[in-house]
Design a protein around this ligand. Sequence first.
Ligand code: NAD
Ligand code: LMR
Length: 328
Amino acid sequence: MSKKPVRVAVTGAAGQIGYALLFRIASGEMLGKDQPVILQLLEIPDEKAQNALKGVIMELEDCAFPLLAGIEAHSDPMSAFKDTDYALLVGSRPRGPGMERSELLSINGAIFTAQGKALNAVASRNVKVLVVGNPANTNAYIAMKSAPDLPAKNFTAMLRLDHNRAASQIAAKTGKPVAGIEKLAVWGNHSPTMYADYRFATIDGQSVKALINDEEWNRTTFLPTVGKRGAAIIAARGLSSAASAANAAIDHMRDWALGTNGKWVTMGIPSGGEYGIPKDVMFGFPVTVENGEYKIVEGLEIDEFSQACIKKTLDELLEEQNGVKHLL
Ligand code: NAD
Ligand code: LMR
């Protein structure tokens, strides 16, 4: 094992997503089978949470993962984020049945001010941050704005679950393998206003739009199914998605760290003004990644329907942003 270990901080490490995530990071699924990792795990100081974290750590030890070069338990972000190269900000309250994700802003928003400040103070200057905790885009915006000494581009929000959900629905509709799908995009907020867009997508080189050839299905089945999938899972399980969320977090970080080989993926990233999205809005865009740097796929034609969908999700994000001014 010749590579130097990298530091991976995970918050909410004793929660449901944490439990589905940590073992996969430690086994090398996120950063590669040749990359040792040191896990820096953060939970709230509460005795029950810290005890649960101890149990998770015992299980991680019992896996004897060859790539796991160290495990730390923390209750303070200032120590948990020390020198961290990757930070997965999961810890926060999930919604229950009947709630919208934006309703979590008043409960969860403040967590991301404190954690953004701690990252600003002690993390690696190249830290790659993924916010999973909901409402993910606006929490990522809060963390980014609370960390003025770190590059804004280091902060991202998770739209990958929506991207994967969209791919899976398309595969089911067309009867083609999900692995063949390319050039899919999900624009905007991780909320029911998101715009999953398969106009440019292909499966094994064939146009998805032409294969489906059913605009009614797009508008009345596909978009609502993808947009409301989180709520459907809460209604069915009584708990919010966890394994699929952890899987999406792994996909997001792996692709950001190791590259996409020209393939489009969706990441929530601070806008640089592309497609008329105001600067710094944390927006889902189609990107490609090379050498650890993501790049927005530019020059896509935005038709009238798409423009209206993008405006709707942007307006919601601007409203959320406006609602957290007091935290910044
Ligand atoms: P959970 O309640 O099972 O676990 C959350 C954990 O976070 C708990 O152990 C809690 O003690 C801890 N925590 C709370 N505040 C913390 C803080 N300030 N610092 C460190 N840890 C803290 O919840 P979960 O199911 O794991 O979901 C976590 C979050 O992820 C929720 O906000 C949920 O809505 C969100 N989520 C997002 C997506 C997405 O696609 N972006 C998908 C699924 C879930
Ligand atoms: C999801 O999309 O499954 C998560 O964001 C959880 C939720 O509240 O929907």
